[in-house]
Design a protein around this ligand. Structure first.
Ligand SMILES: [Fe+2]
Length: 163
């Protein structure tokens, strides 16, 4: 069974919490990956992509803070250590000791964004079914932000030689 699939016969609030922690972990690993891409990007359009990656990074950091605080509002604790995040994340850590080309960078971004959008979408549905409106709003906001970045990434990948 996929880790994002709601477990039957589980307390809905606990199921939401578990998924919020998966979202938090994935955002945290993605945050690090975006910084690695920001630092190790190497292409002719470095001057525009390098600062844009910091915009994405800042947005991901805001999402991390929102999810962790929403978990605390429920009087639970965020699974926020780096080791804990790496263990639970749906996204793999990137190697920080290599250079990333234009295509490699945007493909890694797309993989990460798709993974986070999938978790946020599942969380939104689960929260809706259980009338957890604040959690649903949060999930939808993250989805909206990640959809925005995905639009830019997909348009950038269109027309690259590897497609
Ligand atoms: Fe920088």
């Amino acid at each position: 069974m996929d880790e994002n699939t709601p477990v039957q016969n589980t307390n809905p609030r606990e199921a939401c919490l578990k998924l919020m922690n998966t979202l938090l972990a994935s955002l945290t690993v993605f945050e690090r990956n975006v910084k690695i891409l920001h630092w190790n990007y190497q292409s002719a359009d470095f001057v525009s992509v390098h600062p844009w990656l910091d915009d994405v990074h800042d947005d991901v950091c805001e999402c991390i803070d929102t999810v962790a605080e929403e978990i605390r509002k429920g009087d639970f604790f965020p699974n926020a250590t780096l080791a804990g995040c790496v263990e639970v994340s749906s996204i793999q850590q990137l190697d920080s000791a290599v250079v990333y080309s234009h295509d490699a960078t945007f493909r890694e971004l797309l993989n990460g964004l798709n993974s986070i959008r999938g978790i946020a979408d599942t969380l939104s549905t689960m929260a809706d079914e259980n009338k957890f409106w604040t959690i649903q709003d949060m999930a939808n906001d993250i989805l909206k932000r990640m959809n925005h970045h995905t639009y830019f990434v997909k348009n950038t990948l269109t027309g690259t030689t590897e497609d």
